[in-house]
Design a protein around this ligand. Structure first.
Ligand code: NAP
Length: 519
C-alpha cells in the first residue's frame, strides 16, 4: 500500500507548509479526483529551496565521483523499494498499464546505475593536461590543465508521458546529479503522487549517503508559476525539459532574457520521418505495414519518437497502404495520458484532416471512450505538404501523415523539414549505397538515423543520441538520453600554473584516480 501522500513540496529535507491549493491528480478517462490535494510552494519556499540548493552546490560538486555514484545507486535501490506503490498510484494517475509502469521503473533505475558507473570510473570529465615548458622559445609555456565541472543548480521539468524515466528521478535528474549539480524538480500535474513517492525515495537516498541538504528538492505549483520562478532565479544555471514546443520555447525565451542567460535543454517536438524506398517494399509490403503500425500505436502514440511522417514514393506501395488502412480501421483506441493531451490529439488530427490536399486514408472505426485516442492515417502530395509548414507539427498520438512524391522530390524535401529526433530509412543495401545524398540530407536534420527499423524504443546507453536540431530539441548539440546527456550540465574549466596539491584529483600529476586523460 502507498505510504501516506502529503501533497506538499520537498524544500530540501523539509516539507512545504503552504496552504495554497494547486489541484488534485485526476484519473484519465473517469475524471475521478485522487486524494490528496496538492499545495503550491509559496514564493518564500521557492526562495528557501534556491538558497538550500546554492549552499549544497560547493559541497555536492566537490564529492568524489565514487560518492556521487553511491548516491545514484542508493536512489535506484530506494525506488526499487517503492515499486509497488508506484504501480498502484501510477495506474490511477496515468492509466498506463502495469507492465509499462514496471518497465519504466526498470529503465529509471537502470539509467541511474549507468550514470553511477560513468562517474565512478571518472574519465568522462575529459581531463586535458599541457605541462609547462619554461624553456620554450620564443616564450615559455605555462602549465595548463582542464576538465569539465558542473554548472550549478539545474531545474528539471517533469514530462507528462514519462512519469518515471523523464520525471523526478529520470534522465535529466540523473545526468545533472551525476555531473555534480543540485536539482530542483518541478512536478507535473498529471502525476503528482508518483512524483511524491519518488521524491521521498531520493531524499532518503541523499540522507543515507550523507549528501548535503538542498542537493534535491521537488516543487508543486505548476510550470507557469513556480517553474518560471525557478528558471528566473539567479541560482539556477541550467534547465532540463520534456514537453510541448510552446512550453519549451517559452522557457528558452525566459532563460535567454535573464540578466545572466542560461542554457535550456528542451526536448519538444518531432515527427520522426520514415523514408520508404522501393527495395523495402519488395521485401514485403504487408509486413512493413504491420511493423510500422506497431511503432505508430505503441503507448497510444504518445512518444516523442512516434513515426508521424512517412515519405512513400508515388506509384508504389499500394499493398502497404491497403494493409495500413485495414490495421488503422480495426485499431483499438487507447487511454491517453490526460484530458488535455486527448483533446490536443483530437484537434491536431482534425486540423490535418482539413488541410489542403490531405486525404484521410483511415480512421479507427472502433468508437473511442472518454479520454481515449484511436489511430489515424492521412495522405498528401508532396507539393501540398511543403506549402503548409504546420503539417510538420507533431500530432501527439497514434496518427501519421504519408507524403507521396517522386524519389527526387522526396530527396529535395528533406532539407526543408524541421529538426527531428530521428529519421528512418527503409531500403535495400543497394539503395542505401545509391542514395548517399539522401542519407546525408537526413543526417543533417536528425539526432539518430535508423536503417530498416523504427524510432520507438529508445535504448539508454553510452552511444544513444536523443536530440536533434530545433524543434526536436532546443540545442541540437546535445542528447537527453544516454550518458552523453551529462555534458549538458557541465562547462570546461582550466587551471593555470596551479600547485599539484591544489588541483582536482583528476588533474594531479600522479593521476590518483587512474582516469583516461589527454596529455
Ligand atoms: P507541456 O504543456 O509543455 O507541460 C510540461 C511542463 O512544462 C509542465 O510542468 C508545464 O507546467 C510546464 N510549462 C508549460 N508551458 C510553460 C510555460 N510557458 N512556462 C513555464 N512552464 C511551462 O507538456 P505536457 O503537459 O506534457 O503535454 C502537452 C503537449 O505537449 C502534448 O499534447 C504534446 O503535444 C506535447 N508533448 C510532447 C512530448 C515529446 O516528447 N515530444 C512529450 C510530452 C508532451 P504547467 O502546465 O503546470 O504550467
Amino acid at each position: 500500500m502507498i505510504s501516506s501522500l502529503h501533497g506538499s513540496s520537498f524544500i530540501g529535507n523539509s516539507r512545504s507548509v503552504s496552504t495554497e491549493p494547486c489541484g488534485y491528480a485526476v484519473q484519465p478517462g473517469t475524471g475521478a479526483i485522487l486524494e490528496p490535494r496538492y499545495l503550491a510552494a509559496t514564493p518564500e519556499e521557492v526562495e528557501k529551496t534556491m538558497a538550500l540548493s546554492a549552499a549544497a552546490f560547493p559541497i555536492y560538486s566537490n564529492q568524489s565521483g565514487k560518492n556521487r555514484a553511491e548516491f545514484l545507486r542508493a536512489i535506484a535501490r530506494e525506488i526499487e523499494g517503492v515499486v509497488e506503490d508506484l504501480v498502484e498510484r501510477g495506474s490511477l494517475e496515468t492509466a498506463l498499464p502495469e507492465a509499462r509502469l514496471r518497465g519504466e521503473t526498470g529503465r529509471t533505475v537502470g539509467q541511474l546505475r549507468l550514470f553511477a558507473d560513468l562517474i565512478e570510473e571518472g574519465s568522462w570529465v575529459d581531463a586535458r593536461i599541457d605541462r609547462a615548458q619554461p624553456d620554450r622559445l620564443p616564450i615559455p609555456k605555462v602549465d595548463l590543465r582542464s576538465m569539465l565541472r558542473p554548472l550549478g543548480t539545474v531545474a528539471v521539468f517533469c514530462a507528462s508521458n514519462f512519469p518515471l524515466a523523464y520525471s523526478v528521478a529520470g534522465g535529466d535528474t540523473a545526468a545533472a546529479l551525476a555531473a555534480g549539480c543540485p536539482v530542483v524538480v518541478i512536478a507535473h500535474e498529471s502525476h503528482p503522487g508518483m512524483a511524491e513517492i519518488v521524491a521521498a525515495a531520493v531524499i532518503r537516498a541523499a540522507n543515507l549517503t550523507g549528501m548535503p541538504e538542498g542537493v534535491f528538492s521537488v516543487l508543486y505549483g505548476g510550470g507557469r508559476t513556480v517553474g518560471q520562478a525557478v528558471v528566473k532565479h539567479r541560482v539556477t544555471q541550467g534547465v532540463g525539459f520534456t514537453g510541448s514546443r510552446a512550453g519549451g520555447t517559452a522557457l528558452m525565451e525566459i532563460a535567454a532574457n535573464r540578466a545572466q542567460p542560461i542554457p535550456v535543454y528542451a526536448e519538444m517536438s518531432s515527427v520522426n520521418p520514415l523514408v520508404i524506398l522501393p527495395g523495402a517494399l519488395e521485401r514485403g509490403e504487408e509486413a512493413l505495414a504491420d511493423a510500422f503500425f506497431g511503432s505508430l500505436t505503441l503507448g497510444v502514440g504518445q512518444f516523442c519518437t512516434n513515426p508521424g511522417l512517412v515519405f512513400l514514393p508515388a506509384g508504389v506501395g499500394g499493398k502497404f497502404l491497403e494493409r495500413l488502412q485495414s490495421l488503422v480501421e480495426a485499431g483499438t483506441p487507447g487511454m491517453m495520458l490526460n484530458a488535455g493531451i486527448c483533446q490536443a490529439y483530437a484537434h491536431s488530427t482534425a486540423a490535418v484532416a482539413a488541410a489542403e490536399g490531405v486525404k484521410t486514408l483511415a480512421r479507427c472505426s472502433n468508437a473511442a471512450g472518454a479520454g481515449q485516442g484511436g489511430p489515424a492515417a492521412f495522405t498528401i502530395g508532396i507539393g501540398d505538404f511543403l506549402k503548409q509548414p504546420a503539417l510538420q507539427h507533431e500530432m501527439f498520438g497514434p496518427a501519421t501523415l504519408i507524403v507521396r512524391g517522386t524519389l527526387a522530390e522526396i530527396e529535395a524535401a528533406i532539407p526543408q523539414l524541421e529538426g527531428q529526433l530521428t529519421a528512418s530509412l527503409h531500403a535495400s543495401d543497394a539503395e542505401l549505397a545509391a542514395h548517399a545524398s539522401l542519407v546525408f540530407a537526413l543526417q543533417n536534420r536528425v539526432g539518430r538515423l535508423i536503417f530498416n527499423g523504427f524510432p520507438t524504443g529508445v535504448e539508454v546507453c553510452n552511444s544513444m543520441v536523443h536530440g536533434g536540431p530545433f524543434p526536436a530539441s532546443s540545442d541540437g548539440r546535445s542528447t537527453s538520453v544516454g550518458t552523453m546527456a551529462i555534458f549538458r550540465f557541465c562547462r570546461p574549466v582550466a587551471w593555470q600554473s596551479f600547485p599539484d596539491a591544489a588541483l582536482p584529483a583528476e588533474l594531479q600529476e600522479a593521476n590518483p584516480i587512474e582516469i583516461r586523460r589527454m596529455e
